[in-house]
Structure formats: structure tokens, C-alpha cells
Design a protein around this ligand. Structure first.
Ligand SMILES: Cc1ncc(COP(=O)(O)O)c(C=O)c1O
Length: 394
């Protein structure tokens, strides 16, 4: 049977939980930066599946690596060793300055692991009662009960009581507000280098470095949430590499698998033994197919490639700033927030889709997370659609 878009919508309406507002697009295939819907209409993708498809849709080498691994060994559990997990962990450590990796399956799960690692470090060194984690107002760290608690937005602290205790929220780029929350019960500070869901807001370098110094002084664990910013998105493999600091724990997911579900907690020399045998785990963690996908992604993200991501980010910014109704452009690399005047972000997203361009929102901004492999021709084609939509908007 051939399913129409309406058939698929009916299936979702009836059988899929209604936790998302979806656009009227049933995606059936993709190649590079182009996605094709059920009716054969093609879209330029400036979303990467919310920062996941770092190499675009179905990159040939990535697909081959994943297909090959899926024919060789699909899963074993963590009771045994497999090569892709070991190789991916090595690659991540060597390129991040971290010392070991715990593999999970998503961003929220990576942050759960990061929080556990920080609390375990403190508990084992200082005993009970030192477990408070300071995160930032306007942050986003995930949808589990604990990562919602870590998220510094009241809007997410409704309905699901009781939330995990031990989180307080400081103001981004205000080191005094972080210091004011530090007391004997504090064990960690957690932050995104660029607040993604919060509106694509990059932290100041001075602030990040001051937080690092404060963490050193008080033996607090600095957790950097790289779920959205990591894997090349900002022009470095990890965004903290733009800030000349080394975190104690890093969470990664989204782009890491190039489209397959994988998350990772990267731990430094200081925190690498925080989680001992039996204290953390995941059935699917280090799944060899997902790790093979991850290796294919990292292989592509050479220094030269990353420099090109930064250059393309600048190109986007320059062109966007010259467009009507654009009052500012925020973010880093190809993590781009567009503040508009005289046009609502949501309406712009819907109109762009009608004209064949997929874009996102973040708060009241239009957000772009293009596949890192996008070329200048496709950037221009997508931006032309966006500019026309902005011109048409009342
Ligand atoms: C910074 C950040 N952390 C965590 C998450 C949660 O990731 P996931 O949806 O894979 O659980 C997200 C998702 O948008 C994110 O942007």
C-alpha cells in the first residue's frame, strides 16, 4: 500500500503520543542537504534534524560504515568488548582533552551521567551533603526529571513534581551571581557554551574563564553540556575549545552519531574514576552500529573541515545581517539565532517550509542549524528563500 501524507498524519494522530506540534511534512528520503517529502517536493534543510545530521542526510561514507557494521555485529551488551566503542572513545578523548568516555543514547541521558559523575566525585571525596549543582538561567539540559530540574527555566518546572533536588540557577555572564550561589553544599557548575534552546546565546569568554577559575578554587566540577554545541557545530569539535578552557565533564549527543541515537559523557583526568563498576550503565550504550556512525562523523571533522564550518558561519551571518527585518544574529559557527523585527519567527518558519526551506525557532528567534557539509550554493539558495519570506512578511 502507498501511504499518503494524510494517511501518515492519521497514524500519528491515532497511535503516536501527542507531545509534539508537527509541520505538514512527511519526510521520505534525504540526500546531503535536501529532504524529499511524500509528494516528491524537495526542501533545503537548515535544521540538521535539530543539530543531528552533521553530515547531512544519508552521507555515503557514513551510510556505508553503518551498513557494514550492521551486517557484521549489531549489539552485544556491555558485558563484552567491541572495537567501534573503543575506537570512538579513543578518538573523542584524543580530540577533546578528556580521559575516558561513558556511552549512552541521548543528550538528556548524557547529562544525567554528567550529573552523576559530578555528584559521585564530590561524595567520594567529601562525603554527604555536597551535591548542589549551579546551572544557568535560560539553560536547557533535557527532558528527564533530573535534567528538567537542571534546566534554568521555570516553564519546564511544572507538572512533573517532585523534581530532583539540588539545582540552583545563576545568571549567564555574571560571575558574581555564580559566586553568590556557591556554598559548602555546592559540587558543580553546569552550562552550555551557547544556550541553544534558550535563544542561541553564546557565553562571554571572560565569564566562562572566571567560572573555570572559580571551579578550580573551590574544587567544583565544571560540566559543559555540548549536546547541541558539540561535534563541529561552532567551528571547533567542542564549543569549549573556543573558550580556551578544559571542563571536568562534557556531555555530547545529537551530531555525534550523524543520525543514530548515541550520547556520551566525557570525563577528565580528575573525574575519570568517579563512576565505578556498577554505578552507571546503559543497555544500548556503545552500540557498535551507532559507534561506527560516530567514527564516520569524526573522521570527516578534520581541522580543515572545522575551519570551513567557522567560515560558512561567518558567511551566513554577513548575508543575514543584510536582510530586511533582521536586527541581530547570535550564536557561534553554524549555530545561528536570528532576531527579527516586524516578523514573527513561527510564521517565518511556516512560510519558509511552504517555499521549500526547513528552519527552526529558538524562543522568539529563527534558528539555523544547517548540516555542516552544506556548500555555498545551497547556503545561497536557502538564504534566498528566507529573504523572500522576510520581504513578504508584514
Ligand atoms: C543543550 C542540550 N542539552 C540536552 C538536550 C537533550 O538532548 P536529547 O533530546 O537528545 O535528550 C538538548 C536537546 O535539545 C540540548 O540542546
Amino acid at each position: 500500500m502507498n501511504y499518503t501524507h494524510n494517511d501518515v498524519v492519521e497514524l500519528y494522530d491515532k497511535y503516536v503520543a501527542h507531545t509534539y506540534g508537527r509541520f505538514a511534512l512527511t519526510a521520505v528520503s534525504g540526500s546531503g542537504v535536501k529532504c524529499t517529502d511524500n509528494d516528491g517536493k524537495e526542501y533545503i534543510d537548515f535544521t540538521s534534524g535539530i543539530g543531528v545530521n552533521a553530515l547531512g542526510f544519508c552521507d555515503e561514507k557514513w551510510s556505508e560504515a553503518v551498513a557494514e557494521q550492521s551486517k557484521k555485529l549489531n549489539h552485544t551488551s556491555n558485558l563484552y568488548y567491541t572495537l567501534p566503542g573503543g575506537l570512538l572513545a579513543k578518538e573523542l578523548c584524543e580530540r577533546s582533552g578528556m580521559s575516558c568516555v561513558f556511552f549512552g543514547n541521548s543528550g538528556a541521558e548524557a547529562n544525567e551521567g554528567a550529573i552523576k559523575a559530578a555528584r559521585a566525585y564530590s561524595f567520594k571525596k567529601y562525603g554527604e551533603g555536597r551535591n548542589k549543582i549551579i546551572s544557568l538561567v535560560n539553560s536547557f539540559h533535557g527532558r528527564t526529571v533530573t535534567t528538567l530540574a537542571a534546566t534554568g527555566q521555570d516553564h519546564f518546572h511544572q507538572i512533573f513534581f517532585p523534581f530532583t533536588e539540588g539545582f540552583e540557577y545563576a545568571t549567564a555572564n555574571d560571575i558574581d551571581s555564580v559566586k553568590a550561589l556557591v556554598d559548602d553544599s555546592t559540587c558543580a557548575v553546569m552550562m552550555e557554551m551557547v544556550q541553544g534552546e534558550g535563544g542561541v546565546i553564546a557565553l562571554d569568554k571572560d565569564f566562562v574563564q572566571a567560572v573555570r577559575a572559580l571551579c578550580d578554587e573551590k574544587d567544583l566540577i565544571l560540566i559543559v553540556d555540548e549536546v547541541q554545541t558539540g561535534i563541529g557545530r561552532t567551528g571547533k569539535l567542542f564549543a569549549y575549545q573556543n573558550y580556551d578552557i578544559l571542563p571536568d565533564v562534557v556531555s555530547s549527543a545529537k551530531g555525534l552519531g550523524g543520525g543514530l541515537p548515541i550520547g556520551a559523557v566525557l570525563m577528565s583526568e580528575k573525574t575519570k574514576d568517579s563512576l565505578a563498576s556498577g554505578e552507571h550503565g546503559s543497555t544500548f550504550g556503545a552500540n557498535p552500529i551507532c559507534c561506527a556512525g560516530g567514527l564516520a562523523v569524526l573522521e570527516r571533522l578534520t581541522d580543515e573541515f572545522l575551519a570551513e564550518v567557522a567560515a560558512k558561519g561567518e558567511y551566513f551571518r554577513k548575508k543575514l545581517l543584510a536582510m530586511p527585518k533582521v536586527i541581530s544574529v547570535s550564536g557561534l559557527g553554524m549555530m545561528i539565532g536570528i532576531q527579527l523585527e516586524g516578523a514573527a519567527a513561527k510564521a517565518v518558519v511556516a512560510k519558509c517550509l511552504e517555499k521549500g526551506l526547513m528552519v527552526l525557532t529558538a524562543k522568539d528567534k529563527v534558528r539555523l542549524l544547517p548540516p555542516l557539509v552544506i556548500d555555498y550554493e545551497d547556503i545561497d539558495a536557502g538564504l534566498e528563500i528566507l529573504e523572500n519570506v522576510l520581504k513578504e512578511c508584514e
